[in-house]
Design a protein around this ligand. Sequence first.
Ligand SMILES: Cc1cc2nc3c(=O)[nH]c(=O)nc-3n(C[C@H](O)[C@H](O)[C@H](O)COP(=O)(O)OP(=O)(O)OC[C@H]3O[C@@H](n4cnc5c(N)ncnc54)[C@H](O)[C@@H]3O)c2cc1C
Length: 419
Amino acid sequence: MPIEFEAPKPITQMQFMLKTVADEMMRPKSRYFDEHEHEIPWDYIEFMHMAMKAAGGSSLAPHENGKKSEQKEKRPPIGYQMIAAQIEAISYGDLGMYHCLPGGGLGAAAVHAAGTPEQKAKFLARFNGEKPTFAAMCITEAGAGSDNSAIRTRAMLDEQTNEWVINGEKIFVTGGDKSFTEYKKLGKGYIVIWATIDPSAGRAGMRAFVVEGGTPGVKIVKLEHKMGIRVSDTAAISLVDARIPFDHMLGSPTVEKSTRGFKGAMATFDATRPLVAASGVGVARATLEFLKEKLAENGIQIRYGLPRQKLTSIEREVIDMDIMLKSAWLMVLKAVWMADNEKPNALEASMSKVKSGDVTTRITQKVVEILGPLGYSREFLAEKWFRDAKITDIYEGTGQINRLVVARQILGYSGSELR
Ligand SMILES: Cc1cc2nc3c(=O)[nH]c(=O)nc-3n(C[C@H](O)[C@H](O)[C@H](O)COP(=O)(O)OP(=O)(O)OC[C@H]3O[C@@H](n4cnc5c(N)ncnc54)[C@H](O)[C@@H]3O)c2cc1C
């Protein structure tokens, strides 16, 4: 299947529509929600839910009904490409508000990667309901972030009731509050908790559990105050003797002598890392376009096509940023194209995440610098985009960790051989 460099028509149409959403609905509220951390943007959530339903799906997750797309035989699959383009376009509007988009997010991605067909049918269908519904994924713990195989959250089977009993603490859960707390305006969401069912089995003991919103014994203990993406809730969650139905453990209940559980977590990231990369490209594009507008207002046009030595230093900086941005986007496209065509994409997923993390951080920082004191001022959103953008290089594997993944893939080392 050849890679097409022209975006298919459904994607360009969607980009056109989301540009209006970004300009009319997101940007005017960006500063407000940045300054009113933890306020929930209900109007935006409800509007986006209705808009996505009207467009034929109420969440940015592929194959939500557990079946493959029926369009597959008729034309090349573009499910992930579409999602990446949507996320890029929405993050161009506001990276924080992108995280408030209703849908399954990382939680549904985990179900998709690690669930049985029955579990996918059961846990993915709800995002198409009447009310906006969220899901989140919780791996990170104090002491288990980059090395998430070190998690201590424990799930034990109560054989009398045939329920899992989970105890532990999770931190930095994106959307944890909207997924777990039973807000009247939202449908019933869930959080996916990664826990060990056998600490002596190491990675092979890791399993994911779907914990329904409102489950007794589970508590949102804190919402983080953050540097950027402040409208996105980032929760710390405690679980004390939380009882979960037996069939809410994703995949096989037996501890096999394999790292299947851990691989489920990694497969989730193969799907989502290119999407994080896409979100970074969106905020970097917003920042770069803003700079070009401000330069144009001051009579400075970038003279593309002139030899480099004839350009001013600012023009060279802008062109270098154009190149960085385009190369980051091409790496996203390769990773999602592979996912769409069911090719293993662990290498490309991590590469796209590394590239986007670097590019996004550098572009937003450089734009603040070029804009001078006004770049640092709250009068413009540039300083906010600079703060927001850094997250691209942190969650779903830091830049360093994704570089390790890339090196392992290229050199053929395992996680224990190269760490
Ligand atoms: C806003 C936000 C949202 C998040 N959302 C989620 C979520 O929804 N679900 C979830 O489970 N987690 C989430 N996280 C957690 C995030 O994935 C972790 O913060 C990240 O994986 C890093 O782990 P850590 O914080 O424990 O840092 P550490 O692992 O302690 O790393 C600290 C530093 O050391 C470096 N480092 C660590 N190991 C190595 C190594 N072997 N080689 C080189 N350098 C290394 C890291 O790159 C980093 O720079 C979120 C975090 C933030 C900030």
